[in-house]
Design a protein around this ligand. Sequence first.
Ligand SMILES: *Cc1c(COP(=O)(O)O)cnc(C)c1O
Length: 414
Amino acid sequence: MTQSPCDNHNNMDINKIREDYPILQRHIEGRPLVYLDNAATSQTPRSVVEAIDQMYYHYKANVHRGVHTLSQEATDMVELTREKVRAFINAGSVEEVIFTRGTTEGINLVASSFGQMLENGDEIIVTVMEHHSNIVPWQLIGQRKRVTLRVVPIDDSGQVDLEAYEDLFSDNTRFVALAHVSNVLGTVNPVKQMIAIAHRHGVPVLIDGAQAAPHVKVDVLDLDCDFYAFSSHKMYGPAGVGILYGKRYWLEKMPPYQGGGEMIGQVSFERTTFADLPFKFEAGTPDFVDIAAFGAAIDYIQGLGIENIAAHEHELLRAAVEGLNTIDGIRFFGTAPGKSGVVSFLVGDINSYDMGLLLDKLGIAVRTGHHCAQPLMARYGVTGMVRASFAVYNTLDEVAAFVAATHRVAAMLQ
Ligand SMILES: *Cc1c(COP(=O)(O)O)cnc(C)c1O
């Protein structure tokens, strides 16, 4: 017998899971908080907060430097997280796992470093659904050199046009940067196929995995991506930590991003050599406290099972779309099959901000505005959308409350 998604998610006791999140007990304007802004940042369970406490109370010392016990222990914890990340994304080696401050910094690292190897006239391919973090760093190269962006279009459902994508490749294409999962549409892009197409043209690919890592099993070897960037704070982990996976081949070729301690071999005023991977790209003291705690967040996700988390979120998404669908004048953005747990919409000509403000008065936290994706807003001819996004601790009751509140606000404003 095959298991339905329901069977899967029923294996998780959501009410028990919720006990690990004191913030979910809060009330807003006298009503229970319904937190549906998980694509912006997810909440953090006790095990992760306790890992932060443990670091401050018992292990705080600078890493990779000291001979003393505390420094060794702190170093071990950071390196243990590196190994957990390696296993989580199935990277070949810990030397290919670089700690950053977040997805944004990971992409900037690649754009800035790889960008130094680009020439006037070179082209970079991105999609129209990219987050500003995966657009602007590439434009910044263009300010120093004549490098242009070529943009992959999407259809109305929010799926990339693969033929148009392949047509964008020319003799000048040097790089491809694309989202694994859209933060607005929830579309799960066929990145494995898109990477294969790029590689047929001899072009490396960076995947922005900020919205994928919390919801989709990521296997960088299977994808064969050249770079993969994501953020801890969107996957139940602390803020201030990100991961950049990069293939050793490229990381060895690329110049350092920032200079400082940790990233050097030998320094003299005449000549400085750089440290081996991954430290070549980790200048300065890393956020070792939060990196250590991020290890606890990976354990947390592994403990629940990412497939179970995704199945539960899909169930919430299905209920939300079904409930919202009966609102007069509702328009959904992103209806691709197999999309992740994000629902973006507008009702009639109600401003997304007005709707978000009134939903907040009813205790519902959603995102409004352009979602750091203004070119995508322009593609749909709007300036903003309302977005609800789900995490493992959200319940069908919360979805019902959100749906009822949205019906109410729509009736008030229309
Ligand atoms: C959140 C997000 C980013 C930026 O992540 P930061 O953690 O803010 O650096 C980039 N891309 C996508 C798709 C995102 O959702």
